[in-house]
Design a protein around this ligand. Sequence first.
Ligand code: G16
Length: 560
Amino acid sequence: MAAIQNLLEASSLFPIPSGLSFSYGTAGFRSDASVLSSTVFRSAVVAALRSLATGATVGLMITASHNPVGDNGVKIADPDGGMMTQRWEPFADRVANAPDPHSLVQLIVQFAEEEDIPLGGMKSSEILLGRDTRPSGEALLEDAKKGISAVAGVVAVDMGILTTPQLHWMVRSRNKGMKASEFDYFSQIANSFRCLIDLVPKELLKNKVEGKLIVDGANGVGGGKLEELKVMLTGLEIEIRNVGRDGGVLNEGVGADYVQKEKVAPSGFGSADVGTRCASLDGDADRLVYFRVLSPSSNTIDLVDGDKILSLFAVFIKEQLSILNKKENKDIASGLPARLGIVQTAYANGASTDYLKQLGLEVVFTPTGVKYLHKKASEYDIGIYFEANGHGTVLFSEDFISRLEAKQKELASSCAGSEYHNAALRLLAVTQLINQAVGDALSGLLLVEAVLQYFGWSIQRWSELYHDLPSRQLKVKVADRTAVVTANAETQVVKPLGLQAVIDAETVKHSRGRCFIRPSGTEDIIRVYAEASTQEAADSLAQSVVQHVASVLGSGNPQK
Ligand code: G16
């Protein structure tokens, strides 16, 4: 059959590198860019099959996000804009590692039969392609196009250089029959931001948050995109640094991952910035953290991480819901009941979880990786999820959005301009502003800014919502990271046997001690997280566990 022959011929041009094995990991395939050609080609074939299987638009993004500039990667966005269904990950792994074109094609034909995918049929579907600013991205994107054209009935639409969340947003919008260009993305988030600012209660305008926001673009795609968005914004002064045009290297001494893990200011920030509200994006702008420079000489910052962004959003949304559900609200026949859920990972600072629970919120945990958090958050009417590293968003169920829209209409006719009506309008604006497909630094940043203006809070006031327990993150290079297997949302080591008992024995030595290890899903390392009542104790706990991991798994030096 011509379709099979076509696939066979195209894949013979992409031999897999010898001695390497690829795994879909936390966020797609990632590796040194020089070995990724066949993986990207084959991932594009998987994306094309996914599109044929669902009859919908699918996305493919070339990025290695927070990883070094020499790395690259590829991930697939499902028709709803979220990560590719986990059910297909084992297939993607087998495709990436099939030793030769014949076994690859055999695998695909068999899978297509099992999943009832019309190989070579008349069905037509499309894949939206995007890439970040990595120099290797251009060639890899061409490899992806070849993978897509090797599958009959599927066309590639090159959306150009994008942030990862922009591509996910476009896929979701396209499949909902909505406008899905980059301009539409910018317009939607700029308009809903404006709407939230216009809804700041008049009496609070006197508390207007003063001063500009300075944003570190990680020398990646986000800085340039924020420059484009900035011209569409009113009511917010932004200065953008590290946009990647002045010789700075992507993610090197800059970016959200660096700032959050090292707890220092990124390069390009100094004494003139002390006290100013600053934010940092990561390499593909799907993560966001805030910070305030405390002392440039000791390079100390007050880090306002994903946990605090989550807490800010939770306080805001909870307040809008309680306005709508006020007992004395005679203007509405019934309130707007909503099940609000918070999703965190083991990396969440213990103080943040305590704070959220004290607010009376339901808090649940999943393993690391937005694909897990997103799925859990979608079980609620409103699910707020964030990883401490700044990756997260707020999800609203379709059912809640339609109830909210109906309530807004009802209030518009009975009490337009009342606090109830404004609360409904604010929540509706949030559903438009915050990316419903995936964590998004740009839309997250605008929601943070709108909420700070609503409360009239400085970054310092925000940061004082609760005080983080001191923590330390280290990593250990090991021969085989898959030797570590964890359970209970990564809080317990199941393999190697006995290692958890050693971690427990170290942990109990410290007041408020908490420690866990997990294999990274994006790098060849084991990560170690420790928390305790003092910084010295957190450091010492992390160091001792690093030593144990190194001796059990036969490794090199602990690294920061
Ligand atoms: C990716 C995922 C994140 C996750 C991170 C963990 O981040 O998208 O949800 O927190 O990996 O990385 P690791 O497994 O190495 O600890 P990103 O920003 O690189 O896409």
